[in-house]
Design a protein around this ligand. Sequence first.
Ligand SMILES: Cc1cc2nc3c(=O)[nH]c(=O)nc-3n(C[C@H](O)[C@H](O)[C@H](O)COP(=O)(O)OP(=O)(O)OC[C@H]3O[C@@H](n4cnc5c(N)ncnc54)[C@H](O)[C@@H]3O)c2cc1C
Length: 590
Amino acid sequence: MAEKTRVSRRELIRTAAVTGAAAAAGYSPAQAQTGQPGWDREADVVVIGSGACGMPAAIRARELGSSVIVVEAEADIGGHAICSGANIPLGGGTSFQKRAGIEDSPDLVFRDLTDWSLTEPNGYADYRFNDREIMRAFADNCAQTFEFLVDHGVKFVNEKPDGRAGSAHGNSVPRQMHVWAGDWPQVQTGRPTPMEVRAQTSNGNGLMRPLESAARKAGVEFLLEHRMTTIHRTAPNGGRVLGVAVTNRGRNLSIRARKAVVVATGGSSGNVNFRRMFDPRLTEEYCGLAGMPWSNQDASGELAGLAIGASLWGAANQTLEIGDNITKPGKIGCQYGYVNLTWMPGSRVFDKARASGLRVGNWQDVILVNMLGKRFYDETGGGYPGNRYNTVSPYFPHSYRNARNVKFNPPDWIPAAMGGIGDGHNGGGAIWAIFDADAGAREKWNPVAPNVDYDAGFFFSANSISDLAKKIRMDHQRVPMAADDLEDTVSRYNSFVDSGVDQDFAKPKPLYKIAKAPFYAAWAAPVVHDTRAGLRINGKSQVLDMKGEVIASLYSGGESAGGFSMHGLARCLCQGFVAGKNAHDERVEI
Ligand SMILES: Cc1cc2nc3c(=O)[nH]c(=O)nc-3n(C[C@H](O)[C@H](O)[C@H](O)COP(=O)(O)OP(=O)(O)OC[C@H]3O[C@@H](n4cnc5c(N)ncnc54)[C@H](O)[C@@H]3O)c2cc1C
């Protein structure tokens, strides 16, 4: 362990004067009494989290000349970013856009992502709540962030930006790039992407491994399995940020940041109490967070920020049912059923994921029932799409005339699944896919471990529908499922197959009866994905307090920061890029 270092005389005096406050800010009683916080390690800039925001922040600060420590809670780098599909909408006039003859500019990015007149098919306006200062910073740094990726070894599958596979990335020109997966072992499988699809496959391993190499080459120090618990500030509601407390395998350490701390912890979607402040429906049964169990979005950055006076921002964005905040599972019978992420036995986190799940090819093969054993919606329904390139046509920038061109949909699958069941709770409870042996054969499912998760209560089978209902344990149910109710539901559905008409939910021509034993119940609850609300930042990625004033030496970005409703990587990478520069520019405290 490095020798403990001392802080400046001015800081010591100030700290001694606020002994009680300092204790609240995270110092031990002995440290608070002497006013001499002991530091186990120190660097100019301390970055918390090694994902999409933390990695560029660390590289940039280091390359500009600051010493940098990254503390990462998990055993490996990358966060949700390394699990991602790495479809990145960074435009504003990139070299790839220019080569493809696409005219784009920071002003156009700003115009697109602040277009209050554009609504989703459910009527919500994706961009209405985007903080204009934060958006301006994104627009102005968008193209530079893209070139930063290229300069640090990130390669792309496509030569020409397009509008595929992303959401909420503006509407007027193509900006989406797809990162080449490369030949790194994939965190999902433990193996490189198969040769036959490697040339076309985009994913986050190809984004984060080159950035990790660049960071290590530049001299960024990574402290893995170091979880930040507290941000030290001179006083809980005053002065500058001094460093962080971390835990590492039961040890407590303090790491001093001579210049600044960057909170890049990835958001709050995995913390039930925290996420329910924004959306009361997000109760504990929604335990299938996309990106878990590689890393969790446990709100630790937001909580540590709030404890030293930081403000939150853009809370409405979390609840608007836009884009990917909450999604329909693509796989059933496992806890982590996010459509674009399959954990395989070779993955180093497979012991935590426990099962890969059964990928649903055709939602005609199952019915979906709630905790009571009752259907609630057309199983073939999906979620609302995010804004996509040219979905509103004709499109009039910033004009009420767009209203007449939006195609409004009826309520979708997600709010139906998350509706209450009248038991006094906000959440919709467990959702089960019920199917029979014939459906399993049609889908070519093999319903055994590790494809499905019997042990943790995410999959059950029985030789009759009645026994199936009785077998569903109470691990994830708030009330037992009545056998009669499930039997009634299945026989009613089978009658719809006979008549060809779903009289309850208008599923387009129900095709298959549920009739041949064995019968199965597979976990199919909605998956929580993005965090779109978090710490309040300004255009420099500085964290602001409840009065709107800057908390000196504290930065944030990515899913831990609020005020910017946009799915995914682009905002996270860009805000990290901005935070790294400004953290480096902070005055050194000696
Ligand atoms: C399966 C999947 C597919 C996706 N596909 C796309 C896509 O194609 N395009 C797109 O734009 N977006 C995509 N996304 C979203 C994108 O990956 C995230 O929005 C982005 O990674 C968030 O970046 P971040 O830096 O905020 O958090 P993360 O990338 O999650 O990084 C946060 C890091 O902080 C660490 N951490 C958390 N708390 C602490 C603590 N207390 N102390 C120390 N470390 C801590 C975490 O372990 C993690 O490593 C996808 C996400 C998933 C899960």
